[in-house]
Design a protein around this ligand. Structure first.
Ligand code: XMP
Length: 326
C-alpha cells in the first residue's frame, strides 16, 4: 500500500540513488512545495544540500523573514539568502505579456542559482565538491499544465517547469513530481515540518509579478503588497485560512477607475480578490466568502492603500478561469 511513510522512504532512497555523494542546492520560495522538497532532500543527503532563497522583490510582506526564521528553525537547514531585487526589476522593465514575464522570472531564477552555486563552490575552495543538482518542488499538476504530462496542452509556463533555460547547468531533482498538493502536505507533516509551513496557502514562484496586470514596477509592487497583506490579515482574523485554497489579490495596474475618497475625485486602480476552493488546483470553485469579511477587506484596502479606489470579486471557477490571472 502506498502510505505517506512509504512515499517518504521511496523518495529518500531515489534521491540518494540520484545524487550519491555529490552536492545539491535547493531554491526555497517560502511555499509548501519547495519546503517539503528541501526537507526530503535534506533527509536523504544531509549537509550535501544548501538551500538558496532568492529575494526577487516579488514577495509578499513578511515572506523573507518567515523563511529566514521559521523554516531554518524547523529544519536546521543551511540557508543562503540572495538579494536580487534590482536584477529582476531590470529584467521585467517594460514587460507586460504574462508568458514573457514567467519566462523571464524563470530564467533569472536559474541564473541566480547558478551564480549562487559558483559562489558556494568558491567558498568551499579547490577541494570543494562541484554542485551538480538543483532541487525543485515541482508537483504533478505543474508538470501537466506546462505540457509535460500525457497529452495536456501548454496552459501556462509554470516558472519551475516551462521557464528553464536550454543550457541549464544542473541536473534536476524533483522529488514531488508525482504528487498532488494534499500528498505533499502529508509528506511535510511526516517529515516533522510545522503546521504553519505545511498548511500555508500556495503562492506561485513568479510571485506578485504575475498578479500585476501590466508592467511590474517597484511602486506597483508596493501597492499590491499592501493590499495583499490586508486581505490575508482579514481572512486569518475571520478564521478562514483552512477553508480556502488561496486568495490571490490582483492589481489591475493598466486599468483606472474614477472614485471619490475624502474630499475629492480619485483616479486610481482596481484590485481583484480571487478566493478559491480547490483540492489540487487542477480545478477550483470561487469561494463564497462571508459578505462582512469582504466588506472589511474592501473598506480597509480602499482606506489604507492610496492608489486603490475599487475592490472587485472574481466569481469565475477553474475552468474556465485559471486561479492566477496570468
Ligand atoms: P493556475 O493559475 O494555473 O494555478 O490555475 C494553479 C496553482 O499553481 C500556482 N501557480 C504556480 N506555482 N509556479 C508555482 O510554483 C508557477 O509558475 C505558478 N503559476 C501558478 C497557483 O498559485 C495555483 O495554486
Amino acid at each position: 500500500q502506498w502510505t505517506t511513510s512509504s512515499i517518504v522512504d521511496d523518495t529518500v532512497a531515489a534521491i540518494r540513488e540520484q545524487v550519491g555523494d555529490r552536492r545539491a542546492i535547493c531554491g526555497l520560495s517560502g511555499g509548501v512545495d519547495s519546503a517539503v522538497a528541501a526537507a526530503l532532500v535534506q533527509r536523504a543527503i544531509g549537509d550535501q544540500l544548501t538551500c538558496v532563497f532568492v529575494d526577487h522583490g516579488l514577495l509578499r510582506s513578511g515572506e523573507r523573514a518567515q523563511v529566514e526564521r521559521d523554516f531554518v528553525a524547523a529544519t536546521g537547514v543551511r540557508l543562503v539568502t540572495i538579494d536580487a531585487v534590482d536584477r529582476f526589476m531590470g529584467a521585467l522593465a517594460g514587460v507586460t505579456d504574462p508568458e514573457e514575464k514567467r519566462k523571464i522570472i524563470g530564467r533569472e531564477f536559474i541564473r541566480v542559482f547558478e551564480q549562487a552555486a559558483r559562489d558556494l563552490q568558491a567558498e568551499a575552495g579547490a577541494e570543494g565538491d562541484h554542485i551538480d543538482f538543483l532541487v525543485q518542488g515541482t508537483l504533478y499538476p505543474d508538470v501537466v499544465e506546462s505540457g509535460g504530462g500525457s497529452g495536456a496542452a501548454n496552459i501556462k509556463s509554470h516558472h519551475n517547469v516551462g521557464g528553464l533555460p536550454e543550457d541549464l547547468q544542473f541536473s534536476l531533482v524533483e522529488p514531488l513530481r508525482a504528487l498532488f498538493k494534499d500528498e505533499v502536505r502529508r509528506v511535510g507533516l511526516e517529515l516533522g515540518l510545522p503546521e504553519t509551513i505545511v498548511h500555508r496557502q500556495p503562492f506561485p514562484g513568479p510571485g506578485l509579478g504575475i498578479r500585476i496586470i501590466g508592467e511590474v514596477t517597484p511602486g506597483r509592487l508596493e501597492t499590491l503588497r499592501a493590499a495583499d497583506a490586508i486581505a490575508r490579515e482579514e481572512l486569518t482574523a475571520a478564521g478562514l485560512d483552512r477553508d480556502i485554497w488561496q486568495c490571490p489579490v490582483v492589481l489591475l495596474a493598466d486599468v483606472r477607475s474614477v472614485g471619490v475618497q475624502g474630499d475629492g475625485r480619485t483616479y486610481g486602480h482596481p484590485v481583484v480578490l480571487r478566493p478559491v476552493s480547490s483540492e489540487d488546483a487542477m480545478t477550483a470553485d470561487w469561494t463564497r466568502l462571508p459578505y462582512d469579511v469582504l466588506e472589511q477587506i474592501s473598506t480597509r484596502i480602499t482606506n489604507e492603500v492610496s492608489d486603490v479606489n475599487r475592490v472587485t470579486l472574481d466569481v469565475t471557477s477553474k475552468p474556465p478561469g485559471t486561479i492566477e490571472w496570468e
